[in-house]
Design a protein around this ligand. Sequence first.
Ligand SMILES: O=c1ccn([C@H]2C[C@H](O)[C@@H](CO)O2)c(=O)[nH]1
Ligand SMILES: [Zn+2]
Length: 131
Amino acid sequence: MYENLVSEAFEAMKSAYAPYSNYHVGACVLCRDGRTFRGVNIENASYGATNCAERSAVFGAYSYGYRKADIAALAIVSDGARIGTPCGICRQVLSELLESDTPIILSNGKETMETTMAELLPMSFGMEDLA
Ligand SMILES: O=c1ccn([C@H]2C[C@H](O)[C@@H](CO)O2)c(=O)[nH]1
Ligand SMILES: [Zn+2]
């Protein structure tokens, strides 16, 4: 499943800007109307200013007016030795910007797995806690 989405994420990964870590990540959001939004990790000499690929991709979709109900799936791929999973900051951001059961496909080209935000960040903090 989601072979085309994973392929597009790998295509995006070629544009990753990662001169410090040399760890390249690509992501691709699939919207329910078929549109896709790519993202890559973009590093900075001020390391903390780095943006991850999955946040870049989801921010792209949101920038065109798509919201979590419009997002069908997210692929995140990397060139690491093992499958990369989203960092803590991305888990927090994605838990608000994706439905908890939206398929998230992770791959490093050798292995592929599917997960969800419900699995990646159980008991998450969100806007309902601010009521
Ligand atoms: O899920 C992840 C994990 C890490 N990175 C990026 C951030 C940084 O550029 C590099 C090393 O942490 O990988 C992502 O884009 N997504
Ligand atoms: Zn991240």
